[in-house]
Design a binder for this molecule. Structure first.
Ligand SMILES: [Mn+2]
Length: 408
C-alpha cells in the first residue's frame, strides 16, 4: 500500500512538474528550482520532468541473483560469461530481438600503433564484469539499479570482424552497429511517444582499438545526425594521417590515432561542442593542438585535476556539450597505468579509477546516445584483472546514467 502511494505521489509530481513547466514562457522557464532555456534541437522541460521510475516496462527484476535457489550453477563465478551475467541474445543475426540498451563487442585491433591485443578486449571486459551483480547491482551514488529498471539490457555478443582487411572490418562494424541501432526499443510502447528513447535503443560498445569509433559515429549519425563527443583519452586521436605515420596508403590513414580527424572531415561531429579529457600525450609540436581545435575539440589535460578537481573537470565538460546529444568514448588509457596497465599505448600521469568514475557520475543528466570503452588489451593486465575490472565498472556508471535519463 505504501509503495502504491509512493508511486502515485511520484506520478503526480511528474504531472505537476510538467504542468508548471508548460506555464512558463516558451524560451525561458524554471523547473525544480533550476533555470532552463529551450533550444531548437531539444526540450529539457520534457527531459527533466520525465521520471524514469514511472516507466513500467522491462525486466524490473535482476536477471540473476546468485544463491537464490537456481536450478543450476549460474552464479557470478560460474556459467557462460556475458557482461554482468546479462542474458546473451543473438541480436546481430536476429532483427526481432529487442532491447533498450545493448552491450556489443568490437574485437578489432589491426590499426594500433604500439601494443596490439585489444581484439581480446570484449572478452576481457566481460570477464572483469562478472562480479557486478554479486550484491544485486544497485549503484549507490547514482541511486539507481539499471538491472531492475524499465530498461531491457542484453549482451549481443561480438560483431564478426575480419583481422585481414581493415576497410572491410570498419564496414562490418558500421553495419553491425547500425543493425542494433535501427530497431524498435523493447520499452518503446511505455516511453513517451515520439521521444528519441521510443525510436532508438542505445548501444554500449566494448573495444577493440579506438578506430572502432569511426564506424560507430557513422552509425550514430545515421540516426541522430552530428553529435557532441566527450572523449576520455590520454591522446588526441585527431592527428592528421601524415603526422601519425599514416600517409603510406589510403588504408594506413585510418588508424587509432586519426579516426577523429576522419570523423570531423565526414561531418559526424557537432562543430565546436566536443571535448577531450585526460590528455597528457607528447606531440609532434604545438601545431597538433591547432589541428585538434580545427577538428572541433576543446581539451582538458590530465594534470588539470590537481587545480580544479574532478568536479571542475565535469563542470567544464558540461559547459562544452550543454544540452546537445552526446556520444561518450572512453579510452581506458585515460586511467593511469597503475590502475589500467593493459592497454595499447599507456601514458603515466593519468587519473585513478576512483577519479574517473567520480567525473563520470558528475556527468549524470547529459543526453548520452551511446558509449564505448576501448583499448583494453587483457594480455598486459595483472593477474588481478585490474584493467578489465576498471572497464566493467566504468560501464556500470554509464548504464546507471542511461537508465536514469531516457532520451525524451
Ligand atoms: Mn584513444
Amino acid at each position: 500500500m505504501l509503495c502504491n502511494l509512493g508511486t502515485l505521489a511520484a506520478t503526480l509530481l511528474v504531472f505537476v512538474s510538467a504542468f508548471t513547466a508548460t506555464q512558463a514562457s516558451p524560451t525561458q522557464f524554471i523547473l525544480n528550482g533550476k533555470e532552463f532555456s529551450k533550444t531548437k534541437q531539444n526540450d529539457p522541460v520534457a527531459a527533466d520532468a520525465f521520471d524514469y521510475r514511472s516507466i513500467k516496462a522491462g525486466p524490473q527484476v535482476a536477471p540473476l541473483f546468485p544463491g537464490d535457489g537456481e536450478k543450476q550453477a549460474d552464479s557470478v563465478f560460474s556459467g557462460i560469461t556475458t557482461f554482468a551475467t546479462l542474458p546473451y541474445e543473438k541480436c546481430l543475426s536476429n532483427k526481432d530481438v529487442s532491447f533498450d540498451i545493448a552491450i556489443v563487442g568490437l574485437p578489432f585491433d589491426t590499426a594500433t600503433s604500439y601494443r596490439p591485443g585489444a581484439r581480446f578486449g570484449p572478452g576481457g571486459i566481460r570477464q572483469g564484469s562478472k562480479r557486478l551483480l554479486l550484491y544485486g547491482g544497485y549503484n549507490v551514488p547514482l541511486s539507481v539499479n539499471a538491472f531492475t529498471s524499465w530498461a531491457t539490457i542484453v549482451d549481443c555478443g561480438d560483431v564478426a570482424v575480419t583481422s585481414y582487411d581493415n576497410a572491410l572490418a570498419i564496414k562490418q562494424m558500421e553495419d553491425g552497429h547500425k543493425s542494433l541501432l535501427h530497431r524498435p526499443p523493447a520499452a518503446a510502447s511505455a516511453l513517451p511517444p515520439n521521444s528519441l528513447a521510443a525510436q532508438f535503443p542505445r548501444v554500449i560498445s566494448l573495444g577493440g582499438d579506438h578506430t572502432v569509433v569511426l564506424p560507430i559515429l557513422r552509425s550514430i549519425a545515421s540516426a541522430y545526425g552530428p553529435v557532441s563527443v566527450i572523449h576520455f583519452d590520454s591522446h588526441l586521436d585527431t592527428w592528421e594521417p601524415k603526422v601519425f605515420g599514416g600517409e603510406k596508403s589510403t588504408q594506413a590513414a585510418y588508424n587509432h590515432g586519426t579516426y577523429f580527424y576522419h570523423a570531423h572531415k565526414e561531418g559526424l561531429i557537432k562543430e565546436g561542442a566536443s571535448i577531450h579529457a585526460g590528455i597528457r600525450t607528447t606531440l609532434s609540436g604545438p601545431g597538433d593542438y591547432d589541428n585538434d581545435a580545427l577538428c572541433g575539440f576543446q581539451i582538458i589535460e590530465a594534470r588539470d585535476i590537481d587545480e580544479i578537481g574532478p568536479l571542475g573537470i565535469a563542470k567544464k565538460i558540461k559547459q562544452v556539450v550543454g544540452d546537445n546529444l552526446v556520444y561518450l568514448s572512453i579510452d581506458i588509457d585515460s586511467l593511469d597505468p597503475a590502475f589500467a596497465p593493459a592497454t595499447g599505448t599507456p601514458e603515466t600521469g593519468g587519473w585513478s579509477t576512483r577519479e574517473l568514475r567520480n567525473i563520470l557520475r558528475h556527468l549524470d543528466g547529459l543526453r548520452f546516445v551511446g558509449a564505448d570503452v576501448v583499448e583494453v588489451a587483457p594480455a598486459y593486465d595483472t593477474n588481478a584483472e585490474l584493467t578489465t575490472m576498471a572497464a566493467a565498472d566504468i560501464i556500470f556508471e554509464i548504464l546507471g546514467m542511461m537508465v536514469k535519463h531516457p532520451l525524451v
